[in-house]
Design a protein around this ligand. Structure first.
Ligand code: ADP
Ligand code: TRP
Length: 320
């Protein structure tokens, strides 16, 4: 199957991003033809500093490669390296009802808050549809917040077909099984917007400090505790093997330990878990030419596919 997904380069990834999204994208490279891109055109709707955008793009590539995206198995590229996508956006836009975009949540929410919205934000789902259709994508893994956009993509392909005949492959969303949401340092869902994230990369000592500051309840140390609804335990479970998890659960049930001990355990297992990715990232950072080559190679392959799809679309709608 051809699998495609885009990742916005808007900041450093955190544990929630990894377990809720990135890891699952990367797993799909094994039995599929993967097309993964860094959505810099989409990021332009929020990142308005050229230097920051450039840096974010290369950081996103480093992150994905360090976390296991394998360029011998999947294509990794930058969205704006494929100009055919922008052209396809226009072709689709000519058949996009305003009402459809008015119902899309990112625009609706901004408008409801009385914030100024631009045409980029308004037409964001059309660009996303072009991203998907340009590569004849069959499966699009996304978080639940993006499912609406895949529906829009299918609608736009449908109206193009209605006017000009069969042209595109209709994609299916694959909703990621996030399971329990990864909790942040304050116990609620980990999210950039809540300022409670633990980063995947960065200074280990600083991250350890952040882990030691995770909020806990104030039950006395001696009391037995139920591990299942404890966010420290949930974090531990992300990293530890089944036997370790069972041993930790038994400790909770027996009581008589301090939360500091668990925090230390979370720090240790998480450091160990991300150590190979950390090492790989350092290696890549010192060899950015290789990273650029990987992106160029990925773009070359992506462009071949997009050029043939857009050519099909151009011919079908009567452009020369
Ligand atoms: P943030 O909430 O930090 O802004 P994003 O909305 O950019 O994160 O999330 C990108 C993807 O990462 C989402 O599609 C979602 O699947 C996943 N994700 C983010 N936070 C979490 C979390 N706390 N638990 C599980 N998955 C998450
Ligand atoms: N809008 C997606 C997000 O914010 C990123 C994205 C852009 C994307 N184009 C895509 C995801 C195409 C899947 C397919 O997460």
């Amino acid at each position: 199957m051809r699998v495609l997904s885009g990742i916005q380069p808007t900041g450093r990834p955190h544990w929630g991003n990894y377990f809720g999204a990135i890891r699952q994208y990367i797993d799909l490279q094994e039995d599929n033809e993967g097309f993964y891109f860094i959505a810099d055109l989409h990021a332009l709707t929020t990142v308005r500093e050229p230097e920051v955008l450039r840096e974010n793009v290369i950081n996103a590539a480093l992150d994905l490669l360090a976390l296991g995206l394998d360029p011998s198995k999947a294509n990794l590229f930058v969205q704006s390296d494929i100009p055919e996508v922008a052209e396809l956006t226009w072709l689709l836009m000519t058949g996009t009802p305003m009402g459809l975009l008015e119902r899309c949540h990112a625009y609706k929410e901004k408008k409801a808050k009385g914030l100024p919205a631009d045409a980029g934000l308004f037409t964001y789902p059309v660009l996303m549809a072009a991203d998907i259709l340009a590569y004849d994508s069959q499966i699009v893994p996304v978080g639940v917040d993006q499912v609406q956009h895949i529906e829009v993509c299918r609608d736009l392909a449908g109206s193009f077909h209605h006017a000009f005949g069969e042209t595109f492959v209709l994609p299916k969303a694959k909703t990621l099984d996030v399971g329990a949401k990864v909790p942040g340092t304050d116990g609620q869902k980990m999210s950039k917007s809540y300022n409670n994230t633990l980063p995947l990369f960065g200074d280990v000592k600083k991250i350890r400090k952040q882990i030691m500051r995770i909020v806990t309840d104030s039950r006395p140390m001696e009391d037995p505790k139920d591990p299942t609804d404890d966010h420290l335990f949930q974090l531990y479970q992300l990293f530890a093997g089944p036997a370790e998890v069972e041993a930790m659960a038994a400790k909770y049930r027996a009581g008589g330990f301090g939360y500091g001990e668990i925090k230390k355990a979370v720090a240790e297992v998480s450091e160990e878990y991300f150590a190979p990715a950390r090492a790989k990232r350092e290696e890549l950072e010192s060899d950015l030419d290789t990273v650029r080559d990987i992106l160029a190679e990925g773009a070359k392959r992506a462009r071949e596919v997009a050029a043939s799809v857009v050519d099909r679309a151009r011919r079908n709608c009567g452009l020369r």
